[in-house]
Design a protein around this ligand. Structure first.
Ligand SMILES: Cc1cc2nc3c(=O)[nH]c(=O)nc-3n(C[C@H](O)[C@H](O)[C@H](O)COP(=O)(O)O)c2cc1C
Length: 263
């Protein structure tokens, strides 16, 4: 490897499957491509996306508190300029202008792209300032897919996710480069196989011991002391206790929340 300029960092991280973030406020439906997204929590299921305040979609999400992620198949690549280059602010109704239709999510009523291969309805839970973009964290409330998703996995024979490689630079015309992973090789690798297995098992054991200790403690200090002892017994660094307690507390809290919503 050799060191290169930070200004191309974003391209180094590509290719990425962009989502279309859709939202609606006061009857106005909008949507935009976002390459900077991720899953940020398993329980509760939270997705995050970085949106610049300039985007019309930013306003729609902030003001309505509801949004959706939509995943597109490569066959919709011609719609890309509407979603990634043009603003709803300047072209009202651009989703429909793109020849795409809106359907309603069943849980939050979020606007979803009817032609998408998958969509997730999200409730806004937090906005974190990151720099020139804000990170929107949304709790997933419902997920929809076409039949290409079956048996808990995408069938890549039929689903060809649209991917983004970046923008060509001036001088010369600017192109956005989209691609499909057609022909990519698939290989299955066992989870923590071979000599890693005992380590994975030890990890699971430690996590559940810490969790039990946290549940049995009546305050933070007590929990940290208990976890320090566990770490010591396991031959591990006891000064990690506070991190593990914090981690366990978050999980315990989420179980409590689930329990409450069931009752
Ligand atoms: C593939 C692709 C990915 C993009 N990713 C992001 C992103 O993650 N965050 C962002 O704020 N803008 C991103 N953009 C730019 C917006 O999609 C673009 O500015 C869009 O026109 C905004 O539309 P709006 O003003 O209607 O919301 C991306 C554009 C493309 C083409």
């Amino acid at each position: 490897m050799r060191r290169i300029g930070l200004e191309v960092l974003e391209r180094v991280l590509y290719p990425v499957i962009p989502v279309v973030v859709t939202a609606e406020h006061q009857g106005r439906v909008g949507g935009m491509f976002a390459a900077w997204w991720m899953q940020a929590s398993f329980t509760p299921p939270i997705l995050a996306v970085a949106i610049a305040p300039e985007r019309y979609t930013y306003k729609l999400v902030r003001e309505s508190g509801v949004f959706a992620f939509n995943l597109l198949d490569f066959k919709l690549v011609d719609k890309a300029p509407f979603l990634g280059d043009v603003s709803e602010r300047l072209l009202p109704g651009k989703i429909r202008e793109a020849g795409l239709n809106i359907m309603r999510g069943e849980v939050l009523g979020a606007p979803l792209i009817a032609e998408a291969s998958a969509a997730v309805e999200l409730e806004l839970v937090k906005v974190v300032e990151a720099g020139d973009h804000d990170v929107f964290l949304g709790e997933a409330k419902a997920v929809y897919t076409v039949d290409d998703f079956r048996g808990g996995m995408w069938s890549l024979e039929t689903y060809r996710p649209l991917m983004y490689l970046g923008r060509t630079r001036r001088p010369g015309p600017v192109y956005r480069v989209y691609l499909t992973p057609r022909g990519w090789e698939k290989r299955e690798i066992e989870f923590a196989g071979g000599k890693l297995k005992p380590l994975a098992e030890k990890r699971v054991r430690l996590i559940s011991r810490v969790e039990e200790a946290v549940k049995a403690s009546s305050n933070m200090e007590e929990a940290v002391d208990a976890v320090r002892r566990i770490l010591y017994e396991e031959g591990l660094d006891p000064s990690d206790a506070e991190y593990l307690v914090e981690d366990a507390l978050r999980r315990v809290k989420s179980y409590r929340r689930e329990g409450q919503s069931r009752s």
